[in-house]
Design a protein around this ligand. Structure first.
Ligand code: CO
Ligand code: ZN
Length: 335
């Protein structure tokens, strides 16, 4: 699983520019399913036919977003500095001192204008320096509209791992591992690696319409309250198991779905914790609102420092998420 985490997090793929990460995921999941396809928006859909008792069969959509947050070039000045806007949620303070990389491999350092007070540092006072001496030289490498992402390797710290883009490549890892370990499942599974989640759950919306599932299950990171002077209103902690979502800012999980996940975790002694995330949304919301409505829930991976280049999580929690997904998909889904 560590190899998957490395391959998936290190690939380039900001929202709307998922070609590179899609190929990495395609190579990993192609041997694990019956058919792999890509739709018009770029979603990667891995289909696995149900085996066994057809009376139990449901069309199940799994979803994890493969896009990551990024920076998009808005203007190139005469000296070759690149001004940018955010793709997804970026903080100026987190960006200070970072290195970023474009899809073609062009690397840059983040610099900023002088500000008297650090609280005055906003994205419009920052720029990307790719080492160019002029606009013309910069344009040999990048153009307005090109996107960059954090450039940062993976740190392994015992059972804990830190990397950029754990949001939501770790969800993609959970789905890939689930497909690998699933064995017999009565259900037709459409595992969708969605695009453009960070800019409005856009890939999940179109793919859920196409799949038309009886049941949806998304996998994404969630915030935790277990660091010094953190927001103590949060229940989630690293190392306490899979998070079963009750609510976030984009949705409420139907009690029948939440209860199915909780019962499955209890019956199989899988560590879990209940999740309420007051801010932030997930692909689950888009799946729920498809056509005339779809019962859908979310298994979340507790993660520190979300949307930074050092997103940190515990492999034990990832294992719990995989175990829970496998057991849910092996049993009857009556919601
Ligand atoms: Co995110
Ligand atoms: Zn996410």
């Amino acid at each position: 699983m560590k190899d998957l985490i490395r391959d998936f997090t290190q690939a380039y793929g900001p929202s709307g520019n998922e070609d590179q990460i899609r190929e990495v995921i395609r190579r990993a999941v192609e041997p694990l399913c019956d058919r792999v396809s890509t739709d018009a928006l770029g979603n990667l859909i891995a289909f696995r036919q149900g085996r066994g008792e057809p009376v139990l069969r449901r069309r199940v959509m799994l979803a994890a977003h493969m896009d990551e947050i990024g920076l998009i070039v808005t203007h190139i000045d005469e000296q070759g500095f690149l001004r940018f806007a955010e793709v997804g949620g970026l903080s100026a303070h987190v960006l200070m001192g970072q290195r970023v990389v474009f899809g073609n491999g062009t690397e840059g350092s983040i610099g900023n204008e002088r500000v008297d007070e650090i609280k005055d540092l906003k994205l419009d006072k920052m720029f990307i320096d790719i080492g160019a001496r002029s606009a013309a030289e910069a344009r040999e490498h990048v153009e307005v509209g090109d996107m960059a992402v954090y450039q940062r390797g993976v740190s392994e710290m015992g059972t804990r791992v830190a990397a950029k883009a754990m949001d939501d490549r770790i969800g993609c890892v959970v789905i890939a591992e689930t497909l690998r370990r699933l064995g017999e499942s009565p259900h037709d599974i459409h595992a969708v690696f969605t695009v453009q989640e960070e800019v409005g759950l856009r890939g999940a919306r179109t793919s859920a319409f196409a799949v038309d599932p009886h049941f949806g299950l998304a996998f994404d990171v969630t915030g935790v309250g277990d660091t010094p002077r953190a927001r103590s209103i949060l229940n989630m902690e690293l190392g306490k198991g899979a998070c079963i979502k009750a609510k976030d800012a984009s949705l409420v999980v139907p009690p029948a779905v939440k209860n199915l996940l909780v019962k499955t975790a209890k019956d199989n002694a899988i560590p879990y914790q209940l999740e309420v995330l007051p801010a932030g949304g997930t692909d689950t919301a888009a799946i729920q609102l498809t056509r005339s409505g779809v019962p859908a829930g979310c298994i979340s991976i507790p993660t520190r420092y979300i949307h930074s280049p050092v997103e940190l999580l515990d492999l034990g929690d990832v294992e719990a998420c995989v175990a829970l997904a496998v057991k849910v998909l092996q049993g009857p889904i009556e919601v």
